[in-house]
Design a protein around this ligand. Structure first.
Ligand code: LMR
Length: 396
């Protein structure tokens, strides 16, 4: 029966983690998967999350409703849409999802089920590897649009590529902290992208995995979403993840939402989201939802979370600068200033695949084959080591 089945290579990002864990070297450095690490290179349980867990205590193990925990949905959507007319009017359908990937999955399934006539999904080149895999697995045609050139956002090529799209298309937009390049459009550029999306009738899907984690401010990081929904009055899907912003990676806690033109349509989209959730995972896991809901709905804990976001984004920013200054003092060939211009969790180094392989083989440095590094994996103890390994790789 399975004679013609073809072996599928392991996921590139998860495989970096596997190789890193299998390496016995005391020098090894993990800059692969996007997971926050503290100044000692350890996973960090946010103080706000600890407070929430304490407040929750014993909580039982009953099923959640199909759409998830209501308090979580009500609180989470505010992060994206607070202050918008769509939110005030209640023109929003929400459903708890299995983190960012689960949210994108439900968004895609709901687009199909809603008979919206969308057959093509535009993504950026490069992008997070799961975008292509996920939307092509759902049967959409996936088109990549150039996004990055010479260490920066290639606005011209991006807009030109997007001009090919029409009302049978959706576009995946990274709300902030573009993964993997760390290069976001400026506000003026967002406005032009928004105008184009509106003019062509393209449906925007915001992949919003880093709200608050990018700049330390949720409102700042949600600017593009609110501009599209409020200033332009567009319908959109917004996919949220609390993996990075609350460090709840393994709890798989996220939210999918649809902003619509009427409360009636929002009701319809809610019913569709519930239906596609039931067909795929039945109902979502409870514990992460309870934690996130408690963090967001308890003023003292929410205040601590704001501080935690600043701790994480601040440490990452300082590591960017530290890495840049190490490379500058080593006089590493090339211009590395893009590392301090980029934002978010990642640095897009621009080194070649053979240099990436060399770093792993010779120096036990693990990173994505796209040349992306997770800046959060750097700390005072390993940043100089990484800089000199990179210097060696570039000179070899
Ligand atoms: C990453 O890009 O490293 C993370 O978002 C983890 C993942 O699921 O790929």
């Amino acid at each position: 029966l399975f004679q013609n089945a073809e072996f599928v290579p392991p996921d590139a990002i998860f495989d970096v983690t596997r190789r890193y864990l299998a390496d016995a070297s005391p020098d090894k450095v993990n800059l692969g998967q996007g997971t926050y690490r503290d100044e000692n290179g350890q996973p960090w349980i946010l103080p706000s999350v600890r407070m929430a867990k304490e407040a929750i205590g014993e909580c039982g193990h009953e099923y959640l409703p199909i759409a998830g925990l209501k308090l979580f949905r009500d609180e989470a959507i505010k992060i994206a849409l607070r202050g918008t007319k769509a939110y005030d009017d209640g023109r929003v359908a929400t459903c708890q999802a299995l983190s960012g990937t689960g949210a994108l999955l439900l968004a895609g399934l709901a687009l199909k089920k809603a008979n919206a006539g969308i057959t093509t999904v535009y993504i950026t080149e490069p992008t997070w590897s799961n975008h292509d895999l996920l939307f092509s697995s759902l049967g959409f045609k996936v088109v990549s649009v150039p996004y990055y050139k010479d260490g920066a956002f290639d606005f011209k090529s991006y807009v030109n590529g997007l001009k090919e799209a029409d009302s049978t298309s959706a576009v995946v937009l990274h709300a902030c902290a573009h993964n993997p390049t760390g290069c976001d459009p400026s506000r003026d550029q967002w406005k032009e992208v928004g105008r184009l999306v509106q003019e062509k009738g393209i449906f925007p899907i915001f992949d919003s995995a880093y709200l608050g984690f990018n700049s330390g401010s949720v409102d700042e990081d949600a600017w593009a979403i609110r501009y599209f929904v409020d200033a332009l009055g567009l319908e959109a899907s917004i996919c949220l993840s609390f993996a990075k912003s609350m460090g709840l990676y393994g709890e798989r806690i996220g939210l999918v939402s649809y902003v619509t033109q009427s409360t009636e349509t929002a009701r319809t989209m809610s019913s569709i989201l519930e239906n596609v959730q039931r067909a795929t995972v039945s109902n979502p896991p409870a514990y992460g939802a309870r934690i996130a809901a408690t963090v967001l709905s308890t003023p003292a804990i929410a205040e601590q979370w704001s501080k935690d976001l600043i701790t994480m984004s601040g440490r990452i920013k300082s590591m960017r600068h530290k890495l840049f200054s190490e490379l500058t003092s080593l006089q590493t060939p090339g211009d590395w200033s893009h590392l301090i211009k980029q934002t978010g969790m990642f640095g897009y180094t621009g080194i070649s695949p053979s240099q990436v392989a060399y770093l792993e083989d010779k120096h036990h440095v693990y990173m994505a084959d796209t040349s992306r590094i997770s800046i959060a994996g750097l700390n005072e103890s390993n940043v100089a080591y990484f800089a000199s390994a990179l210097d060696d790789a570039v000179r070899t």
